[in-house]
Design a protein around this ligand. Sequence first.
Ligand SMILES: NC(=O)C1=CN([C@@H]2O[C@H](COP(=O)(O)OP(=O)(O)OC[C@H]3O[C@@H](n4cnc5c(N)ncnc54)[C@H](O)[C@@H]3O)[C@@H](O)[C@H]2O)C=CC1
Ligand SMILES: O=C(O)[C@@H]1CCC=N1
Length: 263
Amino acid sequence: MLGTGKIGEALLSGMIRAGWAPTDLLVTARRPERARELQERHGVTPVTNQEAAKQADTLILTVKPQDMGTLLDELTSHVPADRLVISGAAGIPTSYFEERLAPNTPVVRVMTNTPALVDEAMSVISAGSHATADHLAHAEEIFGAVGKTLRVPESQQDACTALSGSGPAYFFYLVEAMTDAGILLGLPRDKAHDLIVQSAIGAAVMLRDSGEHPVKLRENVTSPAGTTINAIRELENHGVRAALIAALEAARDRSRELASGNN
Ligand SMILES: NC(=O)C1=CN([C@@H]2O[C@H](COP(=O)(O)OP(=O)(O)OC[C@H]3O[C@@H](n4cnc5c(N)ncnc54)[C@H](O)[C@@H]3O)[C@@H](O)[C@H]2O)C=CC1
Ligand SMILES: O=C(O)[C@@H]1CCC=N1
């Protein structure tokens, strides 16, 4: 794991929970104290980026898109061409890595999300030009340790980044806003929080397990001349659906902008 920050550590801890031996996992970090922290917390071995490039079968790059160029400059001459390189970064296409690494290096691009911390990640996986079915299966095995995986053509990665990569943030934002509404309605913050969180969990499990379309699930809550339709009318009046569409389009566009890895 190269550049073991929030996502790198979430993946690392999930792999260990799923049975990977910590002693088989090498990590790199920019700061020595961060490397020590990862070693103490997970029993993994801190190494330099160059050592990882030489020793690891699979390199998982989890630095920010803006740091990927610098990381690759350190690595390129040390990565043997048969090593699988997995990028977890938003925006950066597999061609970016292929142009900088040895010819024919297999590259897989993955966009996961922070529910990896609780083994409920959604990770979307795409092959670069030289990645085989075995490479994809290996990436699925790794990311399958922290949740669901889905193969998509790389042309859909920026859209998936907007939907599932950033997705948890939108739900946290909604919970925050709905908790504020609870305060306005006179509830104590902790009670408002608990009510909204449990409603979110209940709705999420129904979405996953009921087999019903979300429209049907919403209609089931919306009684004629009842309370819910008043709320829905306000959501429509305030353009919430249009705002969500515009928001996700903006996230997709930003993912495209990050493609160069330098901005
Ligand atoms: N945070 C999120 O929800 C998600 C993030 N991602 C992607 O994961 C990547 C990492 O994001 P976060 O974990 O949130 O960021 P982060 O900042 O927590 O982690 C990146 C880590 O890389 C380290 N680093 C940077 N350059 C390095 C170098 N040359 N050598 C060694 N370590 C280096 C940094 O010190 C930092 O600890 C990004 O590319 C992002 O697009 C993907 C899905 C979701
Ligand atoms: O905000 C970001 O750029 C990263 C990628 C997807 C989620 N977080």
